[in-house]
Design a protein around this ligand. Structure first.
Ligand code: GLV
Ligand code: MN
Ligand code: MN
Length: 429
């Protein structure tokens, strides 16, 4: 299949990215667009409109994943689809391209395929996954819900006192949270899943390479830690009689950091959020809540770190740990990696194979037996999860072009027997 005449429209892609970046925009240049917040809901409506303009049938599932579908003009409507997608939500005071780049590039890639007149013999889907970042709880919520992988009661939990949880946010948009199971789909509905994303690290930008071909995604553990102490008067309670929750939490933070550093460069550990209660100049902290994120490509390292942090919490009076999520690492499909590289070769684009230290919805697919692939594009100086996150428009266009070419290649040249391998078999090979 010769797709060389197919061309994405950089100007149109740039306009979409700029328009999407306005929802939740903050004065410092970043965005505040937590999942299902007002800004997110407005962005979602806008994106649904852009998908409809491109001819997609658009629906929302029970957990608010947005699913745009294009059935083939010639071909089988009920055949497994090639899906692309990413997320619309952002971290607190984050950047405009994490997730958004994948959505806009996917839309542009599919528009380019349509305009080229090339026929795709299977359905195409563009999916906007709900709460990838974990603004509510553990993250990759929408993609895990799609395959029945939610942790028990997770939609009724939140990351801290007073924060809305997903069930409340779903109710706010007219969904019955008890029906989250209706979002589950069969892996056999998918022929492949592709996600384009900014690299979120400095490698591609520093080497001047426009495309990263992702080989695998880190395993991620997310834990919630609560440390209980005794609130009291800051002026009248002698130091020796205090049970200060924050002082105990600080001990956990520093010991955890030391523990992870001792395990070497192959593992990252972050305590990124801490809430002190009740929180005042003149009250001894009575309770602290904090989040702990642990990730590695190496399961044995993760296991060791997990055990050490659990021991550390157990040995701190009043502290307890709850695991929000323990997600295995995942390998991207070899055949898809080859097709991405073939697309780069044909266009004279250089690429680099690399791992992903960031989590993505794509990591949910391989364990379902669905071949998945990821294309990274550079972000300036590798900055991400901060307002300074930025990209070059031309890199986005190159990424969208390679994504379009890869979709066409999968549609016309993919090994169907493998693409339809039943759930679980991927791991046995
Ligand atoms: C998502 O961006 C993550 O890696 O936490
Ligand atoms: Mn992110
Ligand atoms: Mn992301």
């Amino acid at each position: 299949m010769d797709s060389s005449s197919m061309k994405v429209n950089e100007k149109r892609l740039r306009k979409d990215l700029e328009d999407l970046g306005k929802f939740g925009e903050e004065p410092g240049g970043g965005i505040l667009r937590l999942a299902l917040s007002d800004a997110d809901l407005m962005a979602r409506d806008w994106f649904k409109g852009r998908m409809r303009d491109a001819g997609f049938q658009v629906r929302e599932d029970a957990v608010a994943n947005i699913i745009g579908r294009l059935d083939p003009v010639f071909g089988e409507t009920g055949a497994p689809c090639i899906a692309t997608g990413s997320h619309m939500d952002a971290v607190l005071h984050g950047g405009k391209f994490d997730g958004a780049a994948g959505l806009c590039c996917s839309l542009e890639a599919i528009r380019a395929i349509q305009e080229s007149g090339l026929s795709i013999p299977c359905p195409l889907e563009l999916i906007v996954f709900t709460d990838e970042e974990g603004g509510h709880y553990a993250g990759t919520f929408g993609s895990r819900a799609m395959f029945g992988l939610l942790v028990e009661d997770e939609i009724y939990k939140s990351r801290g006192t007073g924060r809305p949880f997903l069930a409340q946010s779903l109710e706010r948009i007219g969904k019955d949270p008890a029906h989250f199971g209706k979002a589950v789909r069969s892996p056999s509905e998918f022929r492949a899943f592709l996600e384009l994303h900014i690299e979120q690290g400095p490698v591609l930008d520093s080497l001047g390479i426009p495309v990263g071909v992702v080989e695998g995604i880190v395993a991620i553990d997310r834990h919630m830690i609560e440390v209980a102490g005794k609130a009291g008067h800051a002026g009248t309670t002698p130091m020796r009689l205090r049970d200060d929750a924050l002082v105990k939490a600080a001990g956990i933070v520093t010991a955890f950091n030391r523990t992870v550093r001792c395990l070497g460069a192959g593992i990252m550990g972050t305590i990124g959020e801490m809430k002190v209660y009740p929180g005042a100049f003149n009250i001894i902290p009575g309770k602290v809540e904090m989040t702990l994120d642990l990730r590695s490509m190496r399961p044995s390292l993760l296991k060791t770190a997990r055990k050490r942090i659990k021991d550390l919490v157990r040995s701190t009076p009043g502290a307890r740990l709850e695991t929000a999520l323990s997600k295995n690492g995942s390998r991207m499909d070899r055949k898809i990696m080859n097709l991405i590289e073939e697309s780069c070769r044909q266009r004279g684009i250089s690429w680099k194979r690399m791992g992903s230290g960031a989590g993505h919805d794509a990591m949910t697919f391989p364990a379902q037996g669905i071949p998945a692939g990821m294309i990274f594009i550079p972000c300036k100086e590798g900055k991400s999860h901060c307002p300074e996150e930025s990209i070059r428009w031309k890199d986005a266009a190159v990424g969208a072009q390679i994504l379009a070419d890869t979709i066409v290649r999968i549609a016309h040249g993919f090994d169907d027997e493998k693409a339809q391998r039943p759930r679980g078999e991927e791991r046995k090979r």
